[in-house]
Design a protein around this ligand. Sequence first.
Ligand SMILES: Nc1nc2c(ncn2[C@@H]2O[C@H](COP(=O)(O)OP(=O)(O)OP(=O)(O)O)[C@@H](O)[C@H]2O)c(=O)[nH]1
Ligand SMILES: C[S@@+](CC[C@H](N)C(=O)[O-])C[C@H]1O[C@@H](n2cnc3c(N)ncnc32)[C@H](O)[C@@H]1O
Ligand code: SF4
Ligand code: SF4
Length: 323
Amino acid sequence: MEPIVDKFGRSFKTLRVSLTNHCNLGCVYCVDDAAQPSDVPVIAQNSGLAPLSTSQYIKIIEQLHGMLGLETIRLTGGEPTLYRELIPLIEGIRATGIPKIKMTTNGSMLSSKIEALQQAGLTSMNVSLDALDMQVYHKISRRRNLTRILDGIEKSVQAGIGVKINCVIMKGLNDNQILSLLQFAKERNIAIRFLELMQMGHLYGNFEDHFFSERSILQTIARQFEFKKISREHAATAKYYVMPDGYRFGVISNESDPFCNDCNRLRLDSYGNIFGCLSNNTAINLSQCLDQPQEIQLRLQEALTHKKMKFSGSKLSMLAIGG
Ligand SMILES: Nc1nc2c(ncn2[C@@H]2O[C@H](COP(=O)(O)OP(=O)(O)OP(=O)(O)O)[C@@H](O)[C@H]2O)c(=O)[nH]1
Ligand SMILES: C[S@@+](CC[C@H](N)C(=O)[O-])C[C@H]1O[C@@H](n2cnc3c(N)ncnc32)[C@H](O)[C@@H]1O
Ligand code: SF4
Ligand code: SF4
């Protein structure tokens, strides 16, 4: 079997696993309000296949680990904490020996789950938090969950699990939250990353009105803080900046400064499809060839050819492809 590496030396070492394409929030950049009223559960388009069971997830992850030597699993979605068998799934993934099991969550369900998640083997979490102002938070997420999310973040920090905050910045909506969010994170010594808005789903080809660039984010922060850039780690999404007291924050600049050259990410959606690139909508199914390792290898090779040198958007939203 040929090694699964492309001519730029890129391979798959991080598997991002979507546990559901449902969500209990309706963030304006992820869910199109015209198609999805904010007070009903969000259900993304699916491929007509059955959702994976916990044992199918574990089997696929085991096979991929055997072929790729995975270093990290990141559970995501939709909202991964809505997955009913989350704890047994994490325990099953831990048993495969993959060193890091991380999760990206909107934080709304953390307060009651954090201890069990940690005991099951979750190593760290990224929590999405786009505003500290109740009204701004509500306007973006279309839900009134802010207090619960802040409580979830506090409990996670107390429990000693690694936490980072993700914050998508939209011009005219929450760019006025950058400094207060940074102050909130700094006081708790939590790394925060500011994300440029990405043209995905209903924003494809139509994101510029709300786009707030890395440059504008840094200009805003410079009004109150000194900082300097540190080099980006291999295969990382974020560039980090350090303040004189050692505190670090990051920016994920998909649009203005893409980071495809050393990308090592592979996505698995909740229907057993893999995607080699966030910016390519071609789903390659694995659930129908689970006992055919040679076929899986071929499909992985194909997925790798989908990687780009520059993020160029996607007609699928993050919710649909699996953030
Ligand atoms: N272009 C691109 N952007 C990605 C990809 N994965 C994540 N991102 C961006 O990074 C943001 C944060 O992703 P997270 O789920 O927190 O994970 P991460 O930043 O990869 O994880 P860590 O570096 O381990 O903290 C996403 O919302 C995207 O903006 C990817 O494969 N391609
Ligand atoms: C799709 S969500 C899935 C996990 C979880 N529901 C959450 O919100 O953290 C993963 C990440 O994608 C980000 N995201 C979704 N749509 C985006 C967009 N159009 N531009 C930038 N980031 C986006 C979210 O803010 C979140 O940090
Ligand atoms: S960004 Fe996350 S929390 Fe917001 S709607 Fe999308 S999946 Fe849900
Ligand atoms: S756009 Fe594709 S190649 Fe670029 S970082 Fe994202 S997944 Fe990797």
